[in-house]
Design a binder for this molecule. Structure first.
Ligand code: ADP
Length: 228
């Protein structure tokens, strides 16, 4: 469970700008959540606060009871690596490396022994339908394939919390649907928490909970139990 309590993030000390204004939020396990809002509303800043990528000046972020804002940087990194993974709009794959190496990288970071990696990598690539691209270089893939590779790399360590920041922002609608289905399938199969940052209302409507954010404030939150 993630609990965000009274979180305020101010950018720039001189020209102070309040990007998150006293945010309170609870996200249970095994659910999908959309953080929905226009560009500049504070979505990415909120995602960075929830994941410990950035430290707000005020408030608490409890992940399974641990206040991640109080951890030292290296402990935050370790905590994040043990529980969380990320997918971004711009794919972030290592173009010159093979698909195999791209997925292997995240297992290396997580300290998984070499002998255990091969099977996990193959399974992850198969789960995103890239089983036949194991040796292909990432830069030779299409945009949709690159995003599937990014998903394989994110899910190979079976994270409890998967963040996706505008995951379909650079993709056509048919490819977007494939990517969305992979994310929601992972969430359900692994009883994980999926947090999607988006300005796309249609994508948001597929989530169990939609949190609307505007000017750094939560303006509404709706949960549809029937969608679970
Ligand atoms: P969104 O993800 O909804 O597009 P962001 O969280 O990226 O919004 O940004 C929220 C607001 O904070 C915007 O007005 C943006 O200009 C500002 N902002 C974001 N990052 C910084 C930064 N590093 N320094 C100063 N202002 C920033």
């Amino acid at each position: 469970m993630i609990e965000v309590k009274n979180v305020t993030k101010i950018y720039n000390k001189k020209n102070a700008f309040t990007a998150l204004d006293n945010i309170n939020l609870t996200i249970p396990s095994n659910t999908s959540v959309a953080i929905l809002g226009k560009s500049g509303s504070g979505k990415s800043t909120l995602m960075h606060a929830i994941s410990g990528l950035d430290k707000p000046q005020k408030g608490q972020v409890l992940v399974d009871g641990e206040d991640i804002l109080r951890l030292k940087p290296r402990a935050t990194d370790r905590f994040r690596a043990s529980k969380m993974a990320f997918i971004f709009q711009s794919f972030f794959v290592e173009g010159g490396e093979s698909c195999y190496s791209n997925v292997s990288l995240s297992l290396e970071t997580a300290g998984v022994p070499v002998r255990k990696r091969k099977k996990l990598i193959e399974q992850a690539l198969q789960s995103v339908d890239l089983g036949d691209k194991i040796k292909s270089r990432a830069k030779d893939l299409s945009g949709g394939q690159k995003q599937r590779l990014a998903i394989a790399r994110a899910i190979v360590g079976e994270p409890e919390i998967l963040f996706a920041d505008e995951p379909t922002g650079n993709l056509d609608s048919v490819t977007s649907k494939v990517i969305e289905d992979l994310l929601f399938d992972y969430q359900k199969k692994n009883r994980a928490t999926l947090i999607i940052v988006t300005h796309d209302e249609e994508l948001a409507s597929r989530c169990n909970t939609v949190i609307n954010i505007k000017d750094g404030k939560i303006v509404s939150q709706s949960t549809e139990e029937s969608k679970k």
